[in-house]
Design a protein around this ligand. Structure first.
Ligand SMILES: [Zn+2]
Ligand SMILES: [Zn+2]
Length: 350
């Protein structure tokens, strides 16, 4: 049988870049992968053909020989033993995203499930950042059976189908596929008398605490990822991640706009006219003295750069905006009225 040109197999120009070769092979392999075309011999043949073409074109030395001498430039020996091992690892690497897992058990998830929890912080905690324990409900080993799922007094037995390996292998072409053993679902052992407390699963739901560091300046809607604090992985696989969704409680003394902090101050109209100093009590209990210049009008915003909330990227802090309002007395004594009228005419004359 005459072999097709490798470039033609992958639908490539002879000048194709390494990346183009990789992409073309990935496309072909996804299309013809035996797992997606069960029992289709022509798909399997196309898959083998594409894999062989990729094996040559992805190797600079082999590609050069192939370009000069054609199929006779790449010997059958290029496809035996060790090279196929390389090919296999290439394959696993390229498709780990599509088929999950590595060499072991494609069906078993590569890691435990992620968990999501919500936590509420006070405005001050968000301002300064804090460490807090969050409660996580998740699977933990069952106390009754010690986690093996077998009723007390009995023991799990080694799975006869896979001999305890948890995996069964099949060869398709020159690629080995391992699949999770259907009898024991990859556990390698079977529970004949299941534990009543966990129905043989070996795990029950328990609550645990995780200490989480909330960065200064964190805001509502921020999601923190704590790696490895999710559900435990099956069969010793790594655990999932914990996602913490942050909510920040409102505080009537403060408003925020991103990293900008907004406070409102009310001063007497004599202070607005003459100028004054006001103390701003910050969420972290520090105090900032702000100069209010004479002649300040109601509604004036005084901005102090860099005195707001820390930005999460730690580049700088936001600004502090002080909204100034002026208190106008509602009740006046006869004397106060007289003095104000005098003051008024004095101001008008000056
Ligand atoms: Zn149990
Ligand atoms: Zn088994």
């Amino acid at each position: 049988m005459s072999k097709r040109d490798y470039y033609e197999v992958l639908g490539l120009e002879r000048t194709a870049s390494d990346e183009e070769i990789r992409k073309a092979y990935k496309k072909a392999a996804v299309r013809f992968h035996p797992d997606r075309n069960p029992g289709d011999a022509s798909a399997e043949a196309s898959f083998k053909e594409a894999t062989e073409a990729y094996g040559v074109l992805s190797d600079a030395g082999k590609r050069q020989r192939y370009d000069r001498f054609g199929h006779s430039g790449v010997q059958a020996s290029d496809f035996d033993g060790g090279n196929m091992g390389d090919m296999f690892s290439h394959f696993q690497e390229m498709f780990s995203d599509l088929f999950g897992g590595g060499r072991s058990g494609r069906r078993a998830p590569a890691r435990g499930q992620d968990i999501r929890v919500e936590t509420e912080l006070s405005f001050a905690e968000a301002f300064t950042g804090c460490k807090k324990e969050v409660k996580v409900r998740g699977a933990a080993a069952c106390d009754t059976c010690g986690g093996n799922g077998a009723a007390p007094g009995s023991k799990p037995e080694t799975c006869r189908h896979c001999g305890g390996a948890g995996q069964v292998s099949t060869q398709r072409g020159f690629i080995m596929f391992s699949t999770t053993c259907p009898s024991c679902q990859g556990q390698g052992r079977v529970v004949t008398e299941p534990c009543k407390d966990c129905s043989g699963r070996g795990a029950t739901v328990k609550e645990r605490s995780v200490l989480v560091t909330f960065p200064a300046g964190v805001d509502s809607g921020v999601r923190l990822r704590i790696s490895g604090q999710g559900m435990p992985g099956p069969n010793g696989a790594p655990p999932g991640d914990l996602y913490v969704d942050v909510g920040v409680r409102e505080d009537e003394r403060y408003e925020r706009d991103g990293a900008d902090l907004i406070v409102r101050e009310v001063i007497a109209f004599s202070e607005a006219a003459l100028g004054t100093k006001v103390d701003i009590h910050m969420p972290d209990e520090s105090v900032i003295e702000v100069d209010v210049p004479h002649g300040t009008q109601p509604g004036t915003v005084l901005t102090l750069r860099g005195n707001g909330l820390p930005r999460l990227d730690r580049r700088a802090r936001g600004d502090l905006h002080v909204f100034v309002n002026v208190r106008v007395p509602k009740k006046l004594s006869r004397k106060a009225k007289k003095l104000l009228a005098e003051l008024d005419s004095e101001i008008a004359a000056s």
